[in-house]
Design a protein around this ligand. Structure first.
Ligand SMILES: [Mn+2]
Length: 307
C-alpha cells in the first residue's frame, strides 16, 4: 500500500467524525449564512496564498468577460492575479461593453502591477444574439466568442469575475490538453460536466470543425437553467478534461465533494489557485464576519478603492 493511502486510512475516521459534526451544526447555528461560514472555516481552515518567485519563460493569455454590472469586480480579479504573479506576465483580454471611463482603473492596475503584461479590450460580437439567456445577462455567451475574437491565440485561460486569485497561473498553463477542447473542474465527481467559471480553452481545437456553429445552434434551441454552461458541456462532450478543484474552488461545491476526496486533494484545497464565489453569497454583497475566503476578496477590493 502506498504511504499516502495508509495515512488516508488512518485519517478517514477523523474526517467522518468531522463531517458528522459539520452536519450537526444545523442544530446549533440556525442562521444559514452564519452556519455556512463556520462550515467553510472548519473545512478549509485558513486558505493559504502562495507566491512563486521562479521566473517563467513566456506570457500566458487570459480572458475575462464582463458588462456594466461587474466591471468593478473584474478589477479585483485582475488585480489579485497580477499581485500573485510577481514573476509572470500575461496578455489579458477583456470582452466587455463597458464605457471607457471605467476601464481606465484596469489599465492603471496593469501598468502598476503587471510590468510586461498587456491588457486588450474587445467588443462582443452579435453571434449569440438569438441564444437563450433565461434570467441571465447575455454576457454569459461572451466567453464562447473567444475562438473567433482571438484568431491568433492558440489557447487561453478564462475565469469569471466573481473570483479572486491566490496564486499564479503557471500550473494551469503547463497542463497538457491533448485533443480536448476545454479543461475545467467537474461539478460532481465522476460526471463529465464542468463549472464554466474557470476554463482552459484550446482555441485552436475549438476553431476546427463545426464547434463554433454548434455552440450557436445548441444555445438557440435549448432552454436550460445554466444556458452557457449546459451548452459548453453538451457541445464539447467527450473532449472535456477534468482538472484539480484547486483551480476553481467553489466554497459550497468543494465542501459537498469532500467525501470522495483523497487527502492530497483536500490539501490542494488549502492552497488553491482561485476562489470562486459561485453561489448567491457574494463578498461584495454581504457582511459575513470571520469568513476567511470573503476576507481575501475584500483585501484586494480595498486596494482598488472601488468598494
Ligand atoms: Mn461565477
Amino acid at each position: 500500500m502506498q504511504k499516502r493511502k495508509i495515512i488516508d486510512t488512518i485519517i478517514h475516521p477523523y474526517f467522518l467524525l468531522k463531517r458528522t459534526f459539520l452536519h450537526s451544526l444545523d442544530l446549533f447555528i440556525p442562521n444559514k449564512i452564519r452556519r455556512k461560514s463556520v462550515q467553510a472555516y472548519l473545512t478549509f481552515g485558513k486558505i493559504k496564498e502562495t507566491i512563486n518567485l521562479q521566473p517563467y519563460p513566456h506570457k500566458i493569455a487570459v480572458a475575462f468577460c464582463f458588462d456594466e454590472n461587474l466591471w468593478r469586480q473584474a478589477t479585483v480579479t485582475i488585480l489579485s492575479l497580477l499581485a500573485n504573479s510577481p514573476k509572470l506576465s500575461y496578455d489579458i483580454y477583456c470582452v466587455t461593453d463597458v464605457a471607457h471611463a471605467h476601464l481606465a482603473p484596469l489599465q492603471e492596475i496593469v501598468n502598476l502591477y503587471g510590468k510586461r503584461s498587456t491588457i486588450t479590450f474587445l467588443k462582443p460580437n452579435k453571434d449569440f444574439s438569438q441564444s437563450y439567456c433565461g434570467a441571465w445577462s447575455d454576457a454569459i455567451y461572451w466567453r464562447c466568442m473567444l475562438p473567433k475574437l482571438l484568431p491568433d491565440v492558440e489557447r487561453i485561460i478564462y475565469a469569471d469575475v466573481d473570483t479572486v486569485f491566490t496564486s499564479d497561473l503557471r500550473e494551469a498553463d503547463q497542463l497538457a490538453m491533448g485533443e480536448n477542447l476545454i479543461a475545467g473542474v467537474y461539478d460532481k465527481p465522476g460526471r463529465e460536466y464542468i463549472n464554466s467559471g474557470f476554463m482552459i480553452m484550446n482555441l485552436n481545437n475549438m476553431r476546427r470543425g463545426r464547434i463554433y456553429k454548434e455552440m450557436i445552434e445548441w444555445s438557440q434551441n435549448h432552454e436550460t437553467s445554466f444556458p452557457d454552461q449546459d451548452m459548453l458541456n453538451a457541445v464539447c462532450a467527450g473532449k472535456i478534461m477534468n482538472i484539480s478543484r484547486k483551480f476553481n474552488l467553489q466554497i459550497d461545491g468543494a465542501y459537498d465533494a469532500l467525501k470522495t476526496m483523497t487527502l492530497q486533494q483536500r490539501r490542494d484545497l488549502k492552497s488553491p489557485v482561485m476562489l470562486h464565489y459561485a453561489g448567491k453569497q457574494k463578498p461584495w454583497k454581504m457582511e459575513i464576519h470571520n469568513f476567511h475566503s470573503f476576507d481575501i476578496w475584500r483585501r484586494y477590493a480595498s486596494i482598488t478603492e472601488l468598494f
